[in-house]
Design a binder for this molecule. Structure first.
Ligand SMILES: [Zn+2]
Length: 74
């Protein structure tokens, strides 16, 4: 049995997929880290020119790229 009884469903702002609003869903109201990044990238791109991450792993690596001035990123 799943442990998500009577979870409130919200529509992901990025892809509109119904996703449970719960403390276990750290990306709420987004359905996934990817959609969260896409949304953040959408507004961030207005002020900054940064690559759009496509996974949690790339998010971690991109932080290293930003911190390390010896590495260039496009
Ligand atoms: Zn989504």
């Amino acid at each position: 049995m799943q442990n998500n009884n009577a979870a409130t469903l919200v529509a992901c702002p990025t892809c509109h997929t119904k996703t449970p609003w719960s403390t276990e869903n750290i990306d709420r109201p987004f359905c996934s880290p990817r959609c969260k990044l896409i949304d953040l990238g959408a507004w961030a791109s207005e002020s900054y020119s940064i690559p759009q991450q496509t996974s949690e792993e790339e998010e971690i690596f991109s932080e290293d790229l930003i911190i390390d001035p010896n590495k260039s990123f496009l």
